[in-house]
Write a protein that binds this ligand. Structure first.
Ligand code: GTP
Ligand code: MG
Length: 449
């Protein structure tokens, strides 16, 4: 897929209570946004589930929903009415698939969430990578209906690739929504749920998730059963666990890097507003920004002044790591700002443009020296795997120096030379792709400027 300029992302990992008092100190700010990203094979029902969640939590009015139901039915796609809450472009609606990531926010009594609805189609995996790079936890949607789970989980399916990518991007927690439980045979089949659950748990633990960070919840997004309300069906009497929303709400907040050097990923650049001629939006990975701060855009190395800040379209004085913010800027030429660029502070360990790096990677396919594309969030550039330094054992020890090839499933250390310098930190998560498939994902261990 081609990266589009519109970039919403779905999940980040802070679950913060809304009830704590709002302190004026940045460090004690409590109104953070956890974001989450639904991922999974094409057509497994991600958009429908997110649309249902928003409708049941009254973030979509009855009037708007009635219109979506009428319009979708007019083109013979009535089963997509909830998906259309998330899928808003004409292409998405007529084809019945998600193309770009859509963001939306919702709140429970405890938490404000930002959701990112990611596409399942394999052509759009770069959008998924961009989404996952902003997410705190992932909701992995799998279709429990006959043969559908197997199609997603098979070697050509997206379920495995998405789960591996999400893990490699640093997301530690995943909620598996076993969807379409109304369409198993018989409906709400306990046997089917147990089968999908045990396969998913074994796979995710094998992929590096801790068992305690994986939960599996049966749902039917279309009917709304066990999404925000308990399922009321005698076939489902066996299930006494949480609803999806209860599970999301129970996710523990994770510590945010609020006092670390500023890092913000630009998702969107807006030009031409009357009061704010130049604005950017994106998620703060680390640090904080206040009105009046001088920031630096990388790779351009140009500075700008923050004139105003919005969170959820409301003006605020500051924003912190974990939040998705809009910054209104002055004193910079817009040519220096592009989606995927990184904002840092010129005064506090600004990020450097690097020409090459070594990374510890998990190979999904055979990796040999040669041309690839390196993705870091929305940024991507042609690059060369210049050297295979070593194959590593499970705990990172060198098993074999200078291998000729890295086999799928192996860990390795490789040296990568970029065609154009990119802003990268040690510890950054990168994905290595070639000709539309993901070769490897990994962690940057050292950088050369
Ligand atoms: P992509 O974004 O293209 O990857 O698809 P998606 O995972 O977002 O799936 P989407 O929500 O577009 O739904 C695909 C089809 O599955 C639609 O026809 C939905 O009506 C149907 N569907 C979704 N959820 C359920 C469910 O809980 N039960 C049943 N029976 N069908 C469902
Ligand atoms: Mg979708």
């Amino acid at each position: 897929m081609v990266l589009t300029e519109r970039f919403p992302i779905f999940m980040s990992c802070l679950s913060q209570t809304k009830s704590t008092s709002h302190s004026s100190s940045i460090i004690h700010n409590s109104n953070l946004t956890p974001a989450s990203q639904p991922i999974g094979h094409v057509d497994h029902g991600k958009s429908t589930l997110m649309g249902r969640l928003l409708y049941d939590l009254k973030h979509v009015s009855d009037r708007d929903y009635t219109k979506l139901a009428r319009d979708s039915s007019a083109i013979g796609k009535s089963s997509f009415a909830f998906a259309w809450v998330m899928d808003s472009t004409e292409e998405e609606r007529t084809r019945g698939i998600t193309v770009d990531i859509a963001t939306n926010t919702f709140s429970t009594a405890r938490t404000n969430f930002t959701i990112l609805d990611a596409p399942g189609h394999r052509d759009f995996i770069p959008n998924m990578i961009a989404g996952a790079s902003q997410a705190d936890f992932a909701v992995l949607v799998v279709d429990a209906s006959t043969n559908a789970f197997e199609a997603g989980f098979g070697s050509r399916g997206q379920t495995r690739e998405h789960a591996l990518l999400v893990r490699s991007m640093g997301i530690a927690r995943v909620v598996v929504a076993v969807n379409k439980m109304d369409a198993t045979s018989p409906k709400w089949s306990r046997e089917r749920f147990d089968e999908v659950k045990s396969q998913m748990e074994a796979f995710l633990v094998g992929a590096g998730f801790k068992q305690t960070n994986v939960s599996v919840i049966p749902v039917a997004g279309l009917t709304g059963e066990n999404v925000t309300r308990k399922v009321d069906d005698e076939n489902a009497a066996w299930y006494q666990g949480r609803t999806l929303i209860e599970e999301l709400d129970a996710s523990e907040p994770s510590a945010r890097a609020i006092s670390e050097p500023l890092r913000m990923n630009i998702a969107d650049v807006f030009r031409g507003g009357v009061t704010n001629p130049l604005s950017i939006s994106g998620r703060l990975d680390a640090g904080n920004i206040q009105i009046g701060d001088v920031i630096q855009a990388m790779p351009a190395s140009e500075t700008a002044v923050v004139k105003a800040i919005d969170l959820d379209n409301e003006p605020v004085d500051y924003c912190v790591a974990g939040q998705i913010a809009t910054l209104h800027l002055s004193d910079i030429d817009p040519v220096h700002l592009r989606p995927g660029d990184i904002i840092c502070s010129p005064a506090n360990e600004p990020i450097q443009n690097v020409k090459s790096f070594t990374a510890k990677i998990l190979a999904f396919e055979h990796v040999t020296p040669g041309w690839v594309d390196v993705h870091r969030g929305r940024l991507h550039t042609p690059a060369k795997v210049a050297e295979l330094l070593a194959v590593l054992g499970k705990s990172g020890e060198v098993e074999k120096k200078k291998p000729r090839v890295v086999k799928p499933g192996s860990l390795a250390r490789v040296k990568v030379v970029l065609e154009r310098a990119l802003p990268l930190d040690r510890g950054a998560r990168v994905v290595v792709r070639s000709e539309g498939s993901t070769l490897a994902a990994g962690l940057v261990e050292s950088v050369d400027v």
